[in-house]
Design a protein around this ligand. Structure first.
Ligand code: C5P
Length: 399
């Protein structure tokens, strides 16, 4: 059920005896890795208390449209934007009618109008109410609007009737909710990205490093998370905010980046992208104290750092492996050599001799090369380049 990892689910609960099952649904969504916030209608609160849902979800339950304290914490528009999926379980006949006709007379229906996220309902009602022509018409209207409808199931009902109208079981709703995210490019995939420079200490105040802002790797992490992936970002020392839903591991030395990368791959990684500008060498010894300016010459002996991306592509649990190459001359020839020598699936290369691309710039242009093809991604923002590159990676990964 990786498809629900990091997903933000706004669980709407309307009035009906099946509301007690929503408590279990909260747990199951959380177990699948989702972040759950609960909104309850007035009648839902007759069946299950907001306190129960608050205790289970770990967040205050939203109940009223015009509640100043709730609005101060997370306003209804913010909540509507926050959600990746609005899941309403149970959805009563009354709620379906109000949704179908575009009402916004309480918090839940207002959220349905205000969200850009997909909406799914798990109807639950008496079999006669479900079969009623008005309910069926509303159902059709909701389906035409693109609302996903999970169930209802047939069977014996709380009122003693037998027929269609039972809410699906929480496990079935969970599976159907995961299916909503199936279309995403990287749903369920674990993407590991190295970014930024590494620092190799000479003494407590001096170090060897490479020029790198980390912006390209962070942009890729953001785009991968938006495409549904679980993202681990192994970052050298950079001054950048962690993109939302990305698990960040901060490292300093190449050796630490290497160890964190191998550990992430051993956990199970589908795609590894090495954007980091790793220091090729480190001092053999790091002085315990600041080295004094006592002599005219100082000689540093350096030793090679592990090649992280080459180690990952040689790993027994080898993921789809993508390297980067920043060059100042013969860009494509050098990149091709690295693709072969490091046994990569793909390499993204850029010419950093100019000032408008690479390193600290917000823009980039890449030539992306794989064993039997290449594509030029012309100058654009790092975010746009990251989106295009991630699409290429996802396509090649699936082949
Ligand atoms: O050999 P070069 O440093 O030019 O190769 C660049 C590519 O290899 C980048 O993807 C970089 O992140 C990766 N690399 C690495 N570990 C190193 C050196 C480079 O993962 N020690």
């Amino acid at each position: 059920m990786d498809r629900l990892v990091n997903k933000r689910i706004l669980l709407g609960v309307s009035g009906g005896i099946a509301a007690y099952k929503s408590a279990d649904l909260v747990r199951r969504l959380q177990d699948a890795g989702a972040d759950v916030r609960v909104v309850m209608t007035v009648s839902a609160r007759e069946f299950i208390t907001p306190l129960t849902m608050q205790a289970l979800s770990g967040h205050p339950v939203h109940t009223d449209l015009l509640d100043p304290s709730a609005e101060a914490a997370m306003g209804h528009i913010e909540l509507a934007r926050w959600a990746d999926l609005v899941l309403i379980a149970p959805a009563s006949a009354n709620l379906m009618a109000r949704m179908a006709h575009g009402h916004g007379n309480d918090l839940l229906t207002t959220l349905c109008l205000a969200t850009g996220a997909p909406i799914a309902i798990a109807p639950a009602m008496n079999q006669q109410m479900w079969a009623d022509v008005a309910t069926q018409r509303n159902l059709l209207m909701l389906q035409e609007k693109g609302v996903h409808v999970f169930g209802p199931a047939s069977g014996s009902q709380a009122c003693g009737d037998v027929g269609q109208g039972r809410m699906l079981e929480p496990m079935e709703i969970l599976q159907a909710a995961a299916g909503v995210f199936d279309h995403q490019l990287l749903t369920g995939k674990h993407v590991v990205i190295t970014a930024g420079p590494t620092r190799e200490a000479i003494d407590p105040v001096r170090y060897i490093t490479n020029k790198s802002s980390g912006k390209m790797g962070f942009a890729l992490a953001e785009v991968a998370a938006e495409a549904g992936a679980r993202v681990t970002l192994i970052a050298g020392p950079v001054n950048l905010a962690t993109p939302s839903r990305v698990q960040r591991i901060d490292v300093i030395r190449a050796q630490d980046m290497y160890e964190a990368s191998v550990a992430a791959v051993e956990q199970g990684c589908d795609i590894f992208i090495a954007t980091a500008a790793v220091a090729d060498y480190r001092p053999v010894v790091t002085a315990d104290h600041k080295i004094k300016k006592s002599t005219e010459e100082v000689h540093l002996t350096l030793v090679k750092n592990p090649d992280i991306v080459a180690a990952i592509s040689a790993h027994s649990k080898r993921p789809f492996t993508v390297g980067f190459a920043a060059e100042t001359q013969d860009v494509v020839a050098y990149a091709n050599a690295k693709l072969i020598n490091k046994k990569l699936d793909m390499i993204a290369t850029n010419d950093v001799s100019g000032t408008n691309v690479g390193f600290n710039s917000d823009n980039n242009a890449l030539t992306v090369i794989w064993p039997d093809g290449h594509k030029v991604l012309p100058l654009a923002s790092k975010r746009q380049i990251a989106t295009q590159l991630m699409e290429l990676i996802a396509i090649r990964y699936r082949q």
